[in-house]
Design a protein around this ligand. Structure first.
Ligand SMILES: O=C(CO)COP(=O)(O)O
Length: 257
């Protein structure tokens, strides 16, 4: 069955979001073109999004206008403008025709020391610019071994998701840090437990909006494991790093929805 927008009321349409991270030159736009024109995408149940580096944002968005593929960014600043050398505002992303911004990716939390409060204000800035914020959360391996996963997720959700988050303007991506780029994934039972917990937290805070917010799993999602992950309760799509760089792999993950 092909999903229509009207189906959103009764069920959550899966989202397959690619995150190219700091990869991609202008000639990589050929991958975007291939994805956007693919007949496999046209018949997929998934809503498709690729978050490209800022240098490619506008070209990719213009190239894909009128196709099922959306284009997003990987970060935004919390202010609308000002003396922030090297940064990009949410309004600039919207002006470049991007539809989404990833915020709070673990690489930014770890490398640039972004804290929950900063992620929350970036998500609020994305909302103000009419972007959908993809807010990332997830535990380290040490936290998992110490049986602190759910406590960490609770804390990150409370601190990183702004008031005013809705099912339309917010997506939560659960990415266990130890699963990113490692080829390791949690067990199906562990993903199910984390997603059920996140859903309960969001429903408790945002009521019906929390019931319908998309929850993505991220961390070593590949064509070979996508179907098994995507059928888990409360997994409403995937945030895909490495496997989103090649059109064929990304399309195979969309086809698994
Ligand atoms: O960090 C990720 C997506 O944001 C996951 O990356 P990989 O799919 O390469 O593990």
């Amino acid at each position: 069955m092909k999903w229509e927008d009207s189906d959103m009321g009764s069920a959550i349409r899966p989202l397959v979001a690619g995150n190219w991270k700091m990869n991609g030159m202008r000639d990589s736009l050929a991958q975007i073109k291939h994805v956007s024109e693919s007949s496999a995408l046209a018949i997929s149940n998934a809503e498709a999004l690729i978050c490209v580096p800022a240098t490619l944002l506008h070209s990719a968005a213009v190239m894909t206008a009128g196709t099922p593929l959306r284009i997003g960014a990987q970060n935004c600043h919390h202010e609308e403008d000002g003396a922030y050398t090297g940064d990009i505002s949410a309004g600039m992303i919207a002006d470049s025709l991007g539809s989404h911004a990833i915020v709070g990716h673990s690489e930014r939390r770890l490398v640039y020391r972004e804290c929950d409060a900063s992620v929350r204000s970036k998500a609020a800035a994305a909302h103000k610019a009419s972007l959908t914020a993809i807010i990332c959360i997830g535990e380290t391996e040490e936290e998992r071994i110490g049986d602190r996963t759910l406590e960490v997720l609770r804390c990150q959700l409370a601190g990183s998701v702004p008031d005013g988050a809705t099912a339309a303007n917010t997506v939560i991506a659960y990415e266990p840090i130890w699963a990113i780029g490692t080829g390791r994934t949690p067990s199906i039972a562990d993903i199910a437990a984390a997603h059920a917990f996140i859903r309960a937290e969001l429903s408790g805070r945002f009521n019906g909006e929390g019931d319908r917010m998309r929850l993505l799993y991220g961390g070593s999602v590949k064509p070979s494991n996508a179907a098994g992950i995507l059928e888990i309760d409360h997994v409403n799509g995937a945030l895909v790093g490495g496997a989103s760089l090649m059109a064929a792999d990304y399309l195979a993950i969309c086809a698994a929805c």
